[in-house]
Every structure is written in structure tokens, then in C-alpha cells.
Design a protein around this ligand. Structure first.
Ligand code: AVI
Length: 324
């Protein structure tokens, strides 16, 4: 047994309370159009389904970003030297992060922040075993809300905020700017922010990525309703909702929806929610940027683009940003 195992302790203070989550869910389901925040996808099953999405042939994002990072990140990380503190909001299984962790020079620390406690714990334990020279500091929190960075024991010489996966695309413009500004604040004046951003491309490729032939994305989307049933006592009939994910050119985004197949009423948290036939719950937006659009977004958060790393086809980008 690895002696470091006992050293994994979790910062829990910022974990969101159930009644606050229910209030957010009810606000979404009683609004017009109805919506649910994509952070609700990631219960244990949702996190596992998302890991499966990342392996799908149509979902080019993960493998393209991984290849970009494998090519460019190690030299960049090595040049930062010892004393690097890596912070990752929404770390999930930290799969891509290993490319960065492999190149980090001890002493160093990794602050992984995730809303799914079980996923976070599993990942943190595995990382503690795999990287004995890196202090692993897990924080169970909703990163869209303020959270504390644990102090750690290693002296911090530089900070890198890592936000891969094009998760930035899941936020609307003002939220994305606020998130980038939050990351700039955590990185500090001398720090860097490395953001994965999916690039605009043919709608055919984009729609295939979010409507996979095996139906895993549909399962992921519908799991949101299953979660509301077993965690919040709702009575959604999953067979009465359909997954839809069209490309919306006007907003440069894929929109994920759960569309009601009939007129129906659902109960949750003492409320009665009525759906018309064809009415949808908007569950996610996946914005796609070109280089100039992303640079303009970053500038609004007072971040400048230092470098853009991409694949040959310019499918995906890793944007290295620094405070301006
Ligand atoms: C987490 N996020 C970056 C994914 C995306 O592509 O926007 C979520 C996802 N939704 C459906 N498939 C993947």
C-alpha cells in the first residue's frame, strides 16, 4: 500500500448543498424556454457516460486535443521548472492532465477541482500513487462558484490554470468571460492559463459528434432526467423525451435539448411542471470559436493569446493565455 494514500484529504467546504441545487433545477424548469445547467450531467453515471463519449469515433475533440497536448505541452511544462502549481477546474478523471503531470518537476502541486465527489476521489487516489513527487490537492466544488485553493506544502514558483476539453464552450459569452477572469485571478500576474477550445468547422462533423451512432450522447443527455428522478424525487418518464443536438449557425453552437414527445406533467420538489408536445429542456450549449473570436473573448477577461497550438486540420485549439 502506498503511504501517500492516507495523505489524500478533500476540501469539502464548497460542495454545493442539495437544496441549492433543487432551487437551481426548479428555476430552470419553470422558466421559458426550460433549461437545466450542464453541470447537472455529472453524477457518477453521467461522468462515466462522458468518459465513453470521449472514446467515440465521432467525438474528435478528446483525441485531437490529447494529440496536441502530447506534442506541445511537455516542453512548455519543463521550461516552467520546479515549483509549478497546476490548477484544473472541472478535472473529471484528469486523463489529459497526465501529459502535463508527467513533465512537471518536483516539488510541485496539482489542485483538481470537480463537482462529482466519487469521480474526484477515485482520480486523486490514482494520481497520488502515480505521482509521489507531486502534491495532489483535490477540491470538491462547483467551479462556477467561488472556491478555496488549499495551501499545500510545496513552495509555489508559478501557477498554470488548465481548462481543457472545450468546456469553455459550454458557457455563454458573459459566463465564459467571468470564468476566464476567475482563472486569470487564480493564475496571478505572472501565471498562465491554458484553455482547450473547439474550433468552427463543417456542421456535418459537429452534428455527428453530438449525435453519435451508438446513442451514448443521447443516454448522457437523458441521464440528467434519471438523476432528477433518483436524487430529487422527480417522476420523469425517460421514454417520453428525445435527445436533439442541432448546429445553430446564428450562435455558432451545438444546442443539446431534451424534447417532450407528448403533452405531459412531471412532479419535482413539490412543483408540477407541464410540457407541451415538442417543448424542450435546453440542457447544454457547445460554442465553437474561430481564432479571432476566441482572442476577442479572452481579451474581455484581460487575457492575451501568447500561443495557439492546433492540429494540422485546425480542428481543435489549445490556447495559451497570459494576463494583459
Ligand atoms: C464537457 N464538454 C466540453 C462537452 C462538449 O463537447 O461540449 C460535453 C458534451 N456534451 C455532449 N457531448 C459532450
Amino acid at each position: 500500500m502506498n503511504p501517500n494514500r492516507a495523505a489524500v484529504s478533500f476540501t469539502r467546504a464548497a460542495a454545493p448543498a442539495g437544496d441549492l441545487l433543487l432551487a437551481e433545477i426548479l428555476a430552470g424548469l419553470t422558466s421559458r424556454p426550460k433549461y437545466l445547467y450542464p453541470k447537472f450531467f455529472y453524477d457518477e453515471r453521467g461522468s462515466l457516460l462522458f468518459d465513453r463519449i470521449c472514446e467515440l469515433p465521432e467525438y474528435y475533440l478528446t483525441r485531437t486535443e490529447t494529440a496536441i497536448l502530447a506534442e506541445r505541452a511537455p516542453a512548455f511544462i519543463r521550461a516552467l521548472g520546479p515549483g509549478l502549481r497546476l490548477i484544473e477546474p472541472g478535472s473529471g478523471s484528469s486523463a489529459k492532465t497526465r501529459i502535463l503531470l508527467d513533465a512537471m518537476q518536483p516539488p510541485a502541486s496539482y489542485v483538481c477541482v470537480d463537482i462529482s465527489r466519487s469521480h474526484l476521489m477515485t482520480a486523486a487516489r490514482a494520481l497520488t500513487e502515480r505521482y509521489p513527487g507531486i502534491e495532489i490537492l483535490p477540491v470538491c466544488a462547483d467551479f462556477t462558484q467561488p472556491f478555496e485553493i488549499p495551501a499545500g506544502t510545496a513552495a509555489v514558483q508559478s501557477t498554470l490554470l488548465f481548462f481543457p476539453g472545450s468546456t469553455i464552450g459550454n458557457f455563454d459569452r458573459s459566463e465564459a468571460i467571468a470564468l476566464l477572469a476567475m482563472m486569470r485571478g487564480l493564475a496571478g500576474a505572472e501565471g498562465r492559463v491554458l484553455v482547450g477550445a473547439d474550433l468552427r468547422k463543417s456542421p456535418r462533423i459537429l452534428e455527428a459528434a453530438y449525435n453519435d451512432a451508438a446513442g451514448v450522447t443521447a443516454e448522457f443527455n437523458l441521464n440528467l432526467l434519471a438523476r432528477l428522478n433518483h436524487e430529487f424525487g422527480a417522476d420523469f418518464d425517460l421514454s417520453a423525451f428525445m435527445h436533439r443536438a442541432p448546429w445553430v449557425e446564428e450562435h455558432s453552437r451545438i444546442e443539446m435539448h431534451l424534447v417532450s414527445a407528448c403533452r405531459q406533467t412531471v412532479h419535482i420538489g413539490g412543483a408540477e411542471i407541464t410540457f407541451e408536445s415538442g417543448e424542450s429542456i435546453w440542457t447544454e450549449s457547445c460554442h465553437k470559436y474561430d481564432r479571432a473570436q476566441f482572442a476577442a473573448l479572452a481579451r474581455e477577461a484581460e487575457l492575451g493569446v501568447e500561443e495557439v497550438w492546433t492540429d494540422k486540420e485546425e480542428c481543435f485549439s489549445a490556447q495559451l493565455l497570459q494576463p494583459i
